[in-house]
Every structure is written in C-alpha cells, then in structure tokens.
Write a protein that binds this ligand. Sequence first.
Ligand code: GLN
Length: 289
Amino acid sequence: MTGDGLLVPVQENLDTLVTIGELLQSPANVIDRVDTRWILQSILNTDAAFLIAHSEQLLSTDQLACFRQMIARRIAGEPVAYLTGERGFYDLVFEVTPDVLIPRPETELLVEMALSKIPSDRKCNILDLGTGSGAIAITLARHRSDACVTAVDFSPGAMAVARRNARMHAVKNIVFVEADWFSGFIREKFDVIVANPPYIAEGDPHLKQGDLRFEPLIALAARDNGLDCIRTIITQAPDYLEPSGWLMLEHGYDQADVCRELLDTAGFTCLFTRPDIAGTDRVTGGQYE
Ligand code: GLN
C-alpha cells in the first residue's frame, strides 16, 4: 500500500483550492474511505451528513495541511481513532489516546449482557475491571442512573482518559480506582462485575499487525496463552460478588470453553456464552450463588 494514489492529486493542487467532495473521492484503495471521512469530520468538527451536504465547501490552508498530515500518519499505520482522538461506542463518543484500547463494536455485547442483569429500579453496585477509556463503565452508568459504577484500571494514563470521558459525559454515579484487578478492595461487594481484560496470547502474530501495533500491549496481551488475567478475575471474583451476583467477561474467539470451565470450578452457575456481531463467541458469564 502506498500513499501515491491519494497524495499526488492533493499535492498537484497545492496552490489551488480543494473541496470536501474532492477529498472524499480520493482513491479508495489508498486508505479506507470511511477513515477519510472520520478524518475530515474530525478536522471540520462536524458529522457525515454535513460532509455530504457541503461537498462543494473549500478547506482552509490549515485544514488541508492537517488533513494531509493525518492521512500520511494513517498510511503509516496509525489507527484512525488515535488520529482523531475519539471513537463511538454503544450510544456515546469517547476520547481515546494511545494509553487506551480503542473501543470495539464487539464489546458492545458485554454492555448489552450487563444491562440485561442490572435492574433499573433498584440501586446496584457494578464493577468494571480494566476500564481503559471507561467506555463500558460510563455507558453502564449512563444507562443505570441508580447504579453505582466502580471503574478499575492499573494504568494511570488510562485512568486519566477514563476520568475525562466521565466528565465529558457528565456521569456522576461512577468512581475510579487505580489498582491491579481486585487489589484495591477489601470487603466491597458487587452485583455485577464486567471485564474486557487482555486475552491475546503474548506471541500472537496479530499483535504485530494493523491497529494492534499501536495499542497498549498491557491492554491486549496476557501470559498463559492469553488466559492469565481471565483466570485471575474468575478465581478472585467470588470474594467480591453479592449473593446471586453476575460475572461476565469478553474473551478471545477460542476461549469460551476454558472460561466456562474456570467459572464452573469457581462455583458459578447459570453459565452463558454469547456470540458477537461477527458470530464469534465473545462474552461468557455466570452467576455466583
Ligand atoms: N478484542 C481485541 C482484539 O482482538 C482484544 C482486546 C482484548 O484483549 N481485550 O483485537
């Protein structure tokens, strides 16, 4: 993949003026057209509908320079979410930086499953382990205003992003704890615990490909063939769950069976596994009696 197809026509126009429409029609094989749109939306601080309705609008010299720079970085591999500094998840947009994993559509399943277990008519304590950008915790807090959500992360950089996201979305029913999984708690108990822990095996070649190369390794990869954090969370969770509380985790495409075994061994019942939008087993959970 080279930048020529896109950069040449833009550079030819260096002294002329370029419209939104021209930039959107740049060759699709250079970078994804959707990425081009995200980048333009971010530079112009607008939405997709505006771009379509104002395709004749000219970019200022500064905007064009910014566009070229972001496209060049995208061609060099940087994830578009880190370039624009944001990513939509469930029904909100979150700030993202290289300190946090970019929220993924498949993780919305974890939110859906958690919401199905969190009653809306009584106060509940919810825990999100490894919150990263805070996308899961903040979405749950927004949808369950009577709940108290605790969001945990080990990374100070991630905590800062998550706090900013909570502020941006004016979420009040959330507290942040900088800790290694459950180590920040002594006798706190939760009704629902969710986690999207690192679960990729450390030597997995995917870690050296695509967007993953730019994401924090600590949020992606785990020892023990990717199972180290999942195992820690499942074995320790019973001490932090209310009677009949739920634990649910996102996991890798081939980890549902081992998650169920671990949950079973730890004393969980009502085990479930759900596939994500791509049909891959993605979330497994259970209830602690
Ligand atoms: N779902 C991510 C991926 O496979 C991994 C995120 C994680 O380890 N929690 O790209």
